[in-house]
Design a protein around this ligand. Structure first.
Ligand SMILES: [Fe+2]
Length: 418
């Protein structure tokens, strides 16, 4: 990457965020519907703060922040940068408003462009990895912006739509299986492009032969789980999961609602009758695991998933489609379908450092490493993931009880059998 390319990529990623926010009014952009959700305008400001803090502050001549208090308001979790406003209270911040956040964005955009225009070669070489991280960070927040506004709109009895339209279902065929040889395999980024620090170091792992389902589990298949008492049978559940089922009265995936015997699903394009051929989504890890137990199967490990996915092209139903929702798998291919896009796939792997992992020094080292506790790994990407943002080695992670992200389920099984 040279400075000219950096400016072009910067402009693109910054414009993409604004395009995603465009259908949302200032009022839409202010609401925080639960602690895990951030207001749209906060996402727009926080990704701006990231460039201001990690790119401009140390490299812009005569640097001064756009607004002193924004450093406090829009720092997410970087202890080494300074104190932060409490996350669960982001929704009570009426000022700056959505338009003022736009002013902040334009100011930082211009200053980053100026910096990249004038930067000398040595400084750019030092700065390039942080700029690149800023692009991928902003894309992560583009996905979160959509997941978060989906929750905000779900609480409105007017059932407003964000954008898009339903994808046409195409039926769902029988679940097929793909056998995969085990052996000594390489896991982690191969250095062929950008990766986050948590995808390194590349290392060897031993895999026994295994099988993966050739597509995601569908809404129709999930209904069979419900009909068979899936949410009522403790023997299917991990202990922590069973506690959540009871404490929170789980009876179906997060955005399903039943009315007069008909199931409906809240989506970004509105509330629609449940399409049985679409992948089931908005599951916790506990639900995915319980289903796998019920089906007599298991979840894949993250290494199994990555090893299998490495031989497939990274394409699928990502956020460049117009439904903003998972789509049906389409006809069987003999290989794995829906690997990239549609739903983030829960694995049975705890989110842990790879052997030899060391976070970077300084505040930027807080990006991933400090979250390696009490979270499970998900793979693949979803229908809200920006195109170009995911890859076979990408490690997403959420707490096992999380249901608001676009999460689904692919079954795995031990190989070498019938
Ligand atoms: Fe962030």
């Amino acid at each position: 990457m040279d400075p000219t390319t950096a400016i072009a990529r910067f402009d693109r990623v910054r414009a993409d965020t604004e395009l995603l926010a465009a259908p949302l009014s200032p009022e839409d952009q202010t609401v925080q519907s639960m602690a895990d959700v951030s207001p749209t305008k906060w996402h727009r400001a926080h990704v701006t703060w990231f460039f201001e803090t990690f790119v401009l502050a140390e490299n812009e001549a005569g640097f001064a922040p756009f607004q002193d208090q924004y450093w406090f308001l829009f720092n997410s979790y970087y202890e080494q940068v300074g104190p932060r406003y409490a996350r669960p209270m982001r929704g009570v911040i009426s000022r700056p408003g959505a338009h003022e956040v736009g002013d902040y964005r334009r100011n930082v955009d211009n200053r980053v462009r100026d910096l990249l225009d004038r930067v000398d070669e040595g400084t750019f070489a030092k700065l390039a990895p942080t700029i690149e991280l800023g692009f991928h960070h902003e894309q992560q927040h583009q996905e979160l912006l959509l997941m978060d506004i989906k929750h905000v709109l779900s609480l409105n009895p007017l059932q407003p739509a964000y954008a898009g339209r339903p994808a046409e279902g195409d039926g769902s065929d029988r679940l097929g299986w793909v056998d995969i040889d085990g052996g000594l395999v390489e896991i982690g980024s191969d250095g062929g492009g950008f990766c986050f620090d948590n995808e390194l170091p590349r290392h060897q792992q031993w895999l026994e032969p295994y099988r993966l389902a050739d597509r995601l589990i569908t809404n129709g298949e999930w209904l069979e789980f419900i009909a068979d008492g899936g949410y009522l049978r403790p023997e299917l559940w991990l202990s922590d999961g069973w506690a959540r089922v009871n404490a929170e009265a789980w009876k179906a995936p997060f955005y399903w609602r039943e009315a007069d015997g008909v199931w409906f699903e809240h989506t970004l394009h509105g509330t629609t009758p449940l399409d049985l051929s679409l992948p089931v989504c908005h599951l916790s890890h506990y639900e995915a695991d319980a289903y796998a137990t019920w089906a007599g199967k298991r979840l894949p490990t993250e290494a199994e998933w990555e090893h299998a996915a490495r031989s497939y092209e990274v394409s699928g139903n990502l956020a460049d489609r117009d439904s903003f929702h998972p789509r049906a798998a389409g006809p069987a291919t003999g290989g794995l379908r829906q690997l990239f896009g549609d739903c983030w796939e829960w694995t049975s792997s705890a989110y842990l450092p790879y052997p030899g992992f060391h976070p970077a020094a300084g505040a930027i080292g807080e990006y991933n490493g400090k979250f390696m506790s009490n979270q499970m790994v998900l793979r693949g990407g979803c229908a809200l993931t920006p195109p170009g943002h995911t890859r076979a080695s990408y490690r997403n992670f959420f707490p096992p009880g999380a249901r608001w992200p676009v999460t689904g389920l692919r079954l795995a099984d031990d190989g070498g059998g019938a």
